[in-house]
Design a protein around this ligand. Structure first.
Ligand SMILES: [Zn+2]
Length: 162
């Protein structure tokens, strides 16, 4: 026995326990869309919490100053790194890539870095829609009690921006 739509008599595809709607005339689609919006809101909320939790784990490993510096670099330096990779990376020899990348990022004057920092805060810049605004993540991390680096990282001193 196959079900049909009460509005347009097209065949329906029931998939218990999920609600059924008609793809031809959108019969009963409102409750389904409402449920989808509710699930997306819950997922969005939980993904934001997951990012804060991941930041806390990062702070436990790298220490609060290192994690704050990383998040600040996302707002202030990632643009320069991306621009270098788009425009200049193909002209640099592979063994000089990291030095050239660091040089390109470090060439940004301090006032521009500060402008980017302020603009990121005003624009509530974030990695993507699943992430909280980066400045909120930085405030969260700054309040955590992990001042010391929690993990032994060989060659840590040669890593950029720590
Ligand atoms: Zn229908």
């Amino acid at each position: 026995m196959s079900a049909t739509c009460p509005e347009c008599a097209q065949p329906l595809k029931p998939a218990p326990p999920y609600p059924v709607w008609c793809m031809s005339c959108d019969w009963n689609v409102l409750p389904v869309r409402g449920l989808m919006v509710l699930l997306e809101l819950l997922l969005y909320r939980s993904s934001q919490r997951a990012e804060y939790r991941a930041d806390e784990l990062g702070a436990r490993v790298a220490g609060v100053p290192g994690m704050v510096a990383l998040l600040d670099a996302l707002d202030t330096r990632a643009y320069s790194a991306a621009r270098f990779l788009e425009t200049s990376a193909h002209t640099v020899r592979p063994e000089e890539m990291w030095t050239a990348l660091r040089g390109a990022v470090d060439a940004v004057p301090g006032f521009e870095t500060e402008r980017r920092r302020r603009a990121a805060r005003l624009e509530k810049l974030r990695v993507d829609q699943t992430h909280p605004a980066t400045y909120l993540r930085m405030e969260w991390v700054a309040g955590l009690p992990y001042e010391e680096v929690g993990a032994d990282a060989p060659h840590r001193d040669s890593l950029p921006y720590l």
